[in-house]
Design a protein around this ligand. Structure first.
Ligand code: SF4
Length: 143
């Protein structure tokens, strides 16, 4: 797979237990080291191309998630990280959650697990990189 873009990645916790967030942070550890794929973790969504969202989107965090998404640059990608973000997980039937983040922001890839392994998150990131690569190629063909 040819990787032509080096996206910046931001993490947003929409009300999870922080287990998935910790797995996301493992991505920058020497063991997993996503910088070898060109990815760089950035705290600000304004600088990010890819948003990793953990947690089930609670009533408290839902509007913040929408705002964070709107602050990102065009051609953004969203990854739902963990069972909570995918479908609500253990909080699915709680009074204050939204059964996952799909009702709040558009999701490009789902990474199930409670929490998912860093390898699974890297797999989804590589899929996104492949998408970006493909889109760039098709644009070149049209010209
Ligand atoms: S999926 Fe599991 S580890 Fe991740 S936020 Fe939900 S409860 Fe925590």
């Amino acid at each position: 797979m040819m990787i032509k873009k080096s996206p910046w990645v931001s993490i947003f916790n929409s009300g999870g237990c922080k287990g998935c967030e910790l797995e996301c942070l493992m991505l920058i550890s020497p063991k997993y080291d996503i910088e070898r794929f060109g990815c760089l973790l950035k705290p600000s969504p304004r600088h990010a191309d890819i948003l990793l969202v953990t947690g089930p989107a609670t009533k408290q965090t839902k509007d913040r998630l929408k705002k964070v998404y709107s602050q990102m640059a065009p051609n953004k990608r969203v990854l739902a990280i963990g069972a909570c973000a995918v479908s609500g997980g253990i909080f699915r039937n709680a009074y204050n959650t939204d059964k996952g983040i799909t009702n709040t922001v558009p999701v490009d890839y789902f990474v199930p697990g409670c929490p998912p392994k860093p390898e699974a998150i890297i797999h989804a990131l590589l899929k996104v990189l492949g998408d970006l690569d493909g889109r760039k190629k098709s644009k070149v063909k049209k010209l």
